[in-house]
Design a protein around this ligand. Structure first.
Ligand SMILES: [Zn+2]
Length: 441
């Protein structure tokens, strides 16, 4: 502790010499710095830490589906920026996306898909200077080049092995989500040659571990939870006996009460995380607001996970908080104080416009710059607004917001230009790549 304080004093003394006291307002040079920095930041090859690359008719893109919900202003298909995206990526010749004009875009994409095959999505990455990106998908697609796309698979379905009629009937979102979790669990069973869930809980846990190991062998670099869509992210700490009793009682077909189901899930969630530590398989957790009509923001608040993230039993597990906890992004950055916790900014840069996303990034950069990572959350919303356009929007928004945040920090005397560029490399590439021990670049 003492050494840490001393080294901090050293850094403070150095920066005080270099730049004087930090100022509360950017100076008139901020525009100039921005213009100077942007082309340098555009040249940094990106690692995209969270995305769902897919053609719009590919059901394997996610382990869940979007029920009709309320989209934020910028996420609607009326967003004029999508025209700019289509122009930049495909040379789209019109000024709007009217159904008549949009046909051009659908046709252009179909032609390129035919012509370029499994280079189609690599071409999109090339246009945006993304070196490599995560494909967070139910299963990997053969049209994604494995040199450019690395798989992150979903791990939630192991928490729903029982009769889910009560779970489904909670609301119309769950009517959509829960059957897809059942489908996912069956696919893992198929993969592992398990025709019926074992009567014995220890055997069930072995099946779970085997699936994780095999997914890792197939190239999976991390497991992802989107559990916040299906239940609260407050996890209790039940004993093995409790989970075992519930499993034995309900695996045969009876319907568990909500309390019983949650207790069982709390145990399995912690088991999966422990396995993430054993297998050196980082754990990605959806940690922000979500789509749908019944998403419960207070029950999914990123701070609910503090007991997990700060539990010394999981200090060997690397956690990536996907979407950086938005709208609790200010609280979220303090969770990254733990050495094994990282934030991913995907989706936040699309929900917010760059003027406001800049403020989120600035807070993060001013707190734990080495713990924040970039992602697009690219997703094929429909034929017109595809994964392609959302890649573009994520990259453009983040680069400009990042440049603006750093330009202000330089202008206010917080960091030097060299330090700022190092932070940019960290956020866009190095911080995330460092997590995966040579498996990505
Ligand atoms: Zn996502």
């Amino acid at each position: 502790m003492r050494r840490r304080i001393q080294s901090w004093l050293g850094v403070l003394a150095l920066s005080a010499l270099a730049a004087g006291q930090a100022r509360p307002l950017p100076g008139p040079d901020v525009q100039q710095i921005y213009q100077r920095l942007l082309p340098q930041i555009e040249k940094i090859p990106i690692f995209d830490h969270h995305a769902h690359p897919a053609f719009s008719d590919d059901p394997d893109v996610d382990a869940m589906a979007a029920p009709p919900g309320s989209a934020a202003l910028r996420e609607r298909d009326t967003n004029p920026e999508l025209v700019a995206a289509a122009k930049s990526l495909f040379g789209y010749p019109y000024a709007d996306l009217s159904p008549e004009h949009a046909k051009w875009l659908v046709q252009k994409k179909a032609e390129l898909k035919k012509e370029r095959g499994n280079a189609y999505f690599s071409d999109i990455l090339d246009k945006l200077n993304i070196e490599q990106g995560v494909a967070n998908r139910a299963m990997m697609a053969d049209y994604l080049d494995p040199k450019r796309f690395v798989w992150v698979f979903f791990a939630d379905s192991f928490m729903w092995p029982f009769d889910n009629r009560h779970e489904r009937s909670r609301n119309t979102d769950q009517e959509v989500y829960i059957p897809l979790q059942e489908k996912m669990l069956h696919r893992w069973m198929q993969q592992e040659g398990v025709s019926k869930l074992p009567a014995d809980f220890a055997e069930y846990l072995k099946f779970v571990s085997r699936t994780l190991e095999d997914n890792q062998k197939k190239g999976g670099i991390a497991m992802k939870f989107e559990v916040a869509y299906f239940r609260s992210t407050r996890f209790s700490d039940p004993e093995l006996d409790e989970a075992e009793d519930i499993y034995k009682q309900f695996v045969g077909g009876d319907v568990p009460s909500e309390d019983e189901y949650r207790t069982f899930q709390d145990y399995v969630f912690r088991y999966l995380i422990r396995e993430g530590g054993r297998l050196h398989l980082p754990v990605h957790i959806h940690s922000a607001v979500g789509i749908g009509d019944y998403f419960n923001l207070s029950e999914s608040n990123i701070m609910n996970l503090e007991n997990i993230l700060r539990d010394p039993r999981y200090s060997n597990v690397t956690f990536v908080m996907i979407h950086g906890g938005y709208p609790y992004d200010r609280q979220a950055i303090w969770l990254a104080a733990a050495k094994n916790v990282y934030l991913d900014s995907s989706e936040t840069e699309i929900l917010l416009y760059p003027s406001e996303f800049k403020n989120t990034l600035k807070q993060w950069l001013e707190t734990f710059p080495e713990k924040i990572t970039f992602g697009t959350d690219s997703f094929p919303y429909n034929d017109v607004l595809g994964a392609e356009e959302s890649y573009w929007l994520g990259v453009q928004s983040s680069r400009t917001a990042l440049t603006a945040a750093l330009a202000e920090m330089i202008s206010m005397g917080e960091v030097s230009e060299a330090q700022a560029l190092q932070m940019a490399h960290g956020y866009l590439h190095d911080n995330a790549v460092g997590i995966y021990q040579g498996k990505v670049h």
